[in-house]
Write a protein that binds this ligand. Structure first.
Ligand code: SAH
Length: 225
């Protein structure tokens, strides 16, 4: 069974390389190393390497592999970076980031802080990160991520994996000069992936990338559902 997943993982990742979604060695290696089958619900395990989102309970989903690949490429994390993720979900995206910023070279002391509003999902993610060996590099926090996580700010990179009506102000404030944020912004039916860069002198530039569809970012600076 394990061999089968490894084969399917390699096939999916190599396809994403051929399609031009994965462009860098670091994203390719990270996605080859993280076992997605360990981040989905038992009943969906055999679908782990379909390039699709899958339900993780509580009306939420683990993002499709091509979306994780694309967002990680746009975020362009470096070893040693301190990363903030909003929307831990299954913990899969956090593991892919941890692989790049921390696990490769623990001496650089990179780390991922990941915020989740649903306590049961934070528990699910911690369990998944523990069994796959990423828990030392990822801290899962239960709170409203639209307010960011001021305790460890500022961040080199910020990634939001839920759909926001606008870029939450606290997240712009908690981004380091020279930092990058990737966030889907739009209405609940469709969003645009925004690449937000803060220059070294603090100017903020926004680039509109691909169309996408995420579950809503619910909170004070998000959707008030
Ligand atoms: N990155 C995840 C997928 C996330 S799905 C993965 O790799 O599996 C989006 C997640 O964002 C859901 O778990 C949802 O509960 C969470 N979320 C929505 N609004 C939030 C908020 N304000 N703060 C933190 N998490 C939030």
């Amino acid at each position: 069974m394990r061999k089968r997943y490894e084969y399917e993982r390699r096939r999916l990742i190599e396809n994403l390389v051929l399609e031009g979604v994965i462009r860098s060695e670091k994203v390719r290696d990270a996605m080859l190393n993280v076992p997605r089958e360990e981040f989905v619900l038992e009943e969906y395990r055999k679908w782990a390497y379909l390039d699709q989102p899958l339900p993780i309970g509580y009306g939420q989903t683990i993002s499709a592999p091509h979306m994780v690949a694309l967002m990680t490429e746009k975020l362009d994390p470096e070893p040693g970076d301190i990363v903030l993720e909003i929307g831990t979900g299954s913990g899969y995206q956090a593991a892919v980031l941890a692989e790049i910023v921390a696990k490769r070279d623990p001496s650089r002391r990179g780390h991922v802080y990941s915020v989740e509003r649903i306590p049961e999902l934070a528990f699910f993610a911690r369990k998944n990160l523990e069994k796959t060996g990423y828990i030392d590099y990822v801290t899962v926090v239960v709170s409203d991520g639209t307010k960011g996580y001021p305790d460890k700010a500022p961040y080199d990179r910020i990634i939001v994996t839920a759909a926001a009506p606008d870029i939450p102000k606290p997240l712009i404030e908690q981004l380091k000069p020279g930092g990058v944020m990737v966030i889907p912004v739009g209405d609940l039916g469709v969003q645009r992936l925004l690449i937000v860069r803060k220059s070294v002198n603090g100017e903020v530039h926004v680039l509109e990338d691909t169309y996408c569809l995420f579950v809503p970012l619910v909170g004070e600076y998000g959707w008030r559902l």
